[in-house]
Design a protein around this ligand. Structure first.
Ligand code: ADP
Ligand code: 5GP
Length: 208
């Protein structure tokens, strides 16, 4: 195949309310799909214990992030919990042009922005089986203060309100099942379509 006829890669965007288990599932999926490449975002937040610069995020200072905005270096960027997060435009475009499938982990606004720019992108939304379980996982992770965890729960509701932009829903109840569902979406385009899952949401919020 010549450079011009080479098949373009596909972009998959994964979003989830914080604490849903997205990082855990994502790691399993990346391990099992060696041809899928992960878009390492830039962020101004501090690394959590165990996070590695250049692997989990490119950790940068505010000035650097601002300069990258001015240079047009981001495909999209957003402020989340008072910190900045952005997707490297050139890296993603180069990987797609080279034929690699790319996975990006973005918040809901980032996902919407990508869908506008690249309507062919596949958007996947992940949640735990219930809002109560989401609170439990946030508390169990122990990486935020109580105040931060409360903010993250409140934000989950507004993220779910914007769910309609997504193509697929993955419910992360059992880890293995959630990873298999994501792989099925990426490899075969099959999964629970968001529009067919409207009956799930009252169940999700039950008991709150
Ligand atoms: P996120 O990246 O969505 O913020 P994490 O991957 O950090 O979430 O997971 C939040 C917490 O939930 C972690 O303590 C993780 O071990 C736990 N967790 C993830 N998936 C599951 C699951 N399927 N069942 C139970 N606990 C889970
Ligand atoms: P965390 O701090 O928990 O790693 O991420 C907080 C939120 O920022 C998550 O919803 C995550 O998806 C989102 N996020 C991470 N990287 C990016 C990015 O490059 N762009 C956008 N818009 N959101 C991001």
């Amino acid at each position: 195949m010549t450079e011009n006829t080479k098949k373009k890669g596909r972009l998959f965007v994964l979003s989830a309310p914080s604490g849903s288990g997205k990082s855990t599932v994502k790691e399993l999926v990346m391990r099992r799909l060696p041809d899928l490449v992960y878009s390492v975002s830039y962020t101004t937040r501090n690394p959590r214990p165990g996070e590695v610069d250049g692997r989990d995020y490119n950790f940068v200072v505010n000035e650097k992030f601002r300069a990258m905005i001015d240079e047009g270096d981001f495909l999209e960027w957003a402020e989340v919990f008072g910190r900045f997060y952005g997707t490297g435009r050139h890296w993603v475009e180069d990987r797609l042009a080279a034929g690699n499938d790319v996975l990006a982990d973005l918040d809901v606004l980032g996902a919407s922005s990508v869908k506008k720019q690249m309507p062919e992108a596949t958007l996947i939304f992940m949640v735990p089986p219930s809002a109560i379980e989401l609170g439990r996982r946030l508390a169990g992770r122990n990486t935020e203060t109580v105040e931060e965890a409360r903010n993250r729960l409140a934000r989950a509701r507004s993220e779910i309100d914007r769910r309609h932009v997504y193509d697929f829903l993955v419910i992360n109840d059992d880890l293995e099942t959630a990873a298999s569902e994501m792989i099925e979406i990426i490899e075969h385009g099959r999964g629970r379509s968001m529009s067919e899952m409207e009956n799930f949401w009252p169940v999700f919020f039950e008991g709150l």
